[in-house]
Design a protein around this ligand. Structure first.
Ligand code: SF4
Length: 237
């Protein structure tokens, strides 16, 4: 078996055509387009991970936005959720700039990878359970390459996928009670790694005030703290 690299994993994501319904939807959205983007060429296919492995922080979202990542070809790029995410990543030192507009805008993540549990834009933003499972092998390999200290789940479905991964890979500490998903939820995993939960920065949450900017920033400060703690203990400091 040939040895897969981070780059070849990302290429195989972009070439994947396993989910007929999602591939069809991505293509249709790319053809019909939103009026305000009528002059742009949409990506219209699966979206690869963003960032370079390994990285201490893995940010896990749900799926590309139809007119965001499915248009620009970069995770969380080109919609309001992304505006929130990259601003917070920049403030906490995980990105070199606060905005992400297209694949050529000079954005670089620092010790951070952004991924989704489903890599194709789903109708109504809702992938089916079977579609998420179909994408699991990409999720698992992303984690293997990333080896994060902090897994940051944006939303309940990303949290659920992470718990399933942790159970499957025997990463849950048996004595630790398993918290439910919530904003600020924290679960210690084996080897001093952490799962953190945050409300997803979707418009549904940010427009209604369910998620505010200070609340979101706090999660990244928390992630930074856990990373620094682990790095200090690993280096014997
Ligand atoms: S959702 Fe994942 S498994 Fe399904 S077609 Fe897209 S990349 Fe492939």
């Amino acid at each position: 078996m040939s040895r897969q690299t981070w780059a070849s994993l990302n290429r195989s994501v972009e070439r994947c055509r396993k989910c007929d319904r999602l591939i069809e939807h991505c293509r249709t959205v790319a053809k019909v387009k939103r009026k305000s983007y009528a002059d742009q060429k949409y990506w219209g296919k699966p979206v690869a991970n963003l960032g370079q492995a390994p990285a201490d922080l893995l940010v896990i979202g749900l799926a590309p936005g139809a007119h965001g990542a499915n248009r620009t070809g970069r995770m969380f790029t080109g919609d309001r959720s992304g505006d929130w995410l990259f601003r917070a990543l920049h403030k906490s030192g995980f990105a070199n700039q606060p905005t992400s507009t297209d694949r050529e805008d000079g954005l670089q993540l620092n010790n951070c990878i952004v991924t989704n549990i489903c890599r194709c834009a789903p109708p109504d933003n809702k992938p089916t359970t079977a579609e998420i499972q179909q994408c699991d092998s990409f999720f698992n390999r992303t984690i293997e390459f990333c080896q994060p200290t902090v897994f940051l789940a944006l939303g309940g479905l990303a949290w659920k996928s992470m718990i399933a991964w942790a159970v499957q890979n025997e990463r849950l500490q048996k004595v630790t009670p398993r918290p439910k998903f919530g904003h600020g939820a924290e679960l210690k995993l084996a080897d001093d790694r952490w799962l953190l939960g945050s409300y997803h920065p979707s418009q549904q949450n940010t427009f209604t005030g369910r998620l505010t900017e200070p609340m979101f920033d706090h999660i990244f400060q928390q992630a930074r703290k856990r990373i620094d703690q682990r790095n200090t203990s690993v280096s014997g400091g």
